[in-house]
Design a protein around this ligand. Sequence first.
Ligand code: F6P
Length: 562
Amino acid sequence: MTAITLPRKQHHLTPLDATQLDSWQALVAHRKDLRHFTMRQAFAEDPKRFDRFSLSACGLFLDFSKNLIREDTLDLLVKLAQEAQLGDAIDAMFRGDAINASERRPVLHTALRRPVADKVLVDGRDVMPSVHRVLLQMTELVGDVHNGLRRGYTDRPITDVVNIGIGGSFLGPQLVGEALLPFAQKGVCCHYLANIDGSEFRELVGRLSAETTLFIVSSKTFSTLETLKNAQAARAWYLARGGSEQELHRHFIAVSNNKEAAVAFGMREENILPMWDWVGGRYSLWSAIGLPVAMSIGISNFKELLSGAYGMDQHFKAAPFQRNIPVLLALLGVWYGDFWGAKSHAILPYDHYLRNITDHLQQLDMESNGKSVRQDGTPVTAGTGPVIWGGVGCNGQHAYHQLLHQGTHLIPADFIVPVSSYNPLADHHQWLFANCLSQSQALMVGKSRGEVEAELRAQGLLEEEVQRLAAHKVIPGNRPSNTLVMERISPRTLGALIAMYEHKVYAQSVLWGINAFDQWGVELGKELGKGVYSRLVGSEQLPAEDGSTQGLIEFFRGRHRG
Ligand code: F6P
């Protein structure tokens, strides 16, 4: 008999259409009012603007004064959040309502950072005991590796951990693992293998010894092609170097919600750390998917990371919208996307250790809010998630910042910078910090035609030359940015920072009425990939559905035949 799964309690299945709300209409009118608004003038007129539009929470300081806003803009945006019932939606997420409506799932990555004494019910059962059981399992595993108790097939201690996983089973752990390298415990080195590209595999294993390497196969579904192919390649590599099937369990563990598939791969049950369907891949670094992070920084630091995120959860739940960092960032994003026509958003970390944050936020934001229909399947009524891009400063200044300063697109940016460096080197950090601030300053103030001309004349240029050059040197300015400052990048502040973006993304999805927690769009490519593969290897003779794909298949086959 087939079991029938009853629908879980759903929330906001028929979402409000924010564009029909009074506040949205008021914002449309307000946007027109602001057509001559300049931040430069706003700062000149209001010495308190910085204090007015900045706040701190959970170890993060947010300066949002360099935005195209006035007090009344903020009031209207907050009103929008209220009219869109964002508060109810936040409660619904923390309560465990099935806000992932298309998959009928609750969304409870926040449970992963809650204290054990809390109660979180999913289908009537408290999930907190199992969350903390897994944390204990992680603690033991990490302890065994760090204390040299976990040994390979020749009885040598494990020295290298390779995380095999992609998407959320890679980007979050890699970001955190590498951002917290100053907290790394000696003796264990973590590596990440994601792509199906053999070059990545070869380059990595070339640096490793099979005797002392532990592979963590991280896959919620345990069905992801890239991960499974890499896991098979790792197993073959281990066997080719003298490892045996009997000792495989010393070198391979899994993190997955699909125990059967992991067992079928050859994992011992006690080597499989579970996760749950109510944790989305891109929100999973807080679960056992974060095991490589814990292997690197130790379990106490991993718990600090969770505490930092938990602090941000409390802030998101309780702070009034006017003082709520994720909500403010979400509202500013909607303001630029839907009222100013911004199509992308730059993430600019001024810190080497945060260099992977853009990649993680790309998946977090774009896989979550890259949607065109609302929770109820009707088309969206406003623009949704922006293109997230960026990279580490100052490198970007010598590459793409030109477009930020003088291009035709309005691109809001988040600058992220710590006050202190773990590696003070002469006055490098002062210069790094100065660059961060001066970039947001330049974006805001720009340089007017008058200023450019005056500058050129002061340099003694002939008037003809001044006029020839002036237009090229004008910088429009008035380009918005947020600056996020933290004392240092610590497990706690990093936890808060990542959770802040998670909540920003959720708050925006509520305003747009979309589901931030499914990702049906990625499936088609996976399906078609199988057909293309079988034509490339010749197991399918029928031509591809379109001429371009077939032409490229023939090109590939032609070269391989030759
Ligand atoms: O293809 C997209 C995706 O499903 C992501 O959402 C996910 O993070 C990634 O693949 C990896 O999935 P898994 O952990 O199941 O291997």
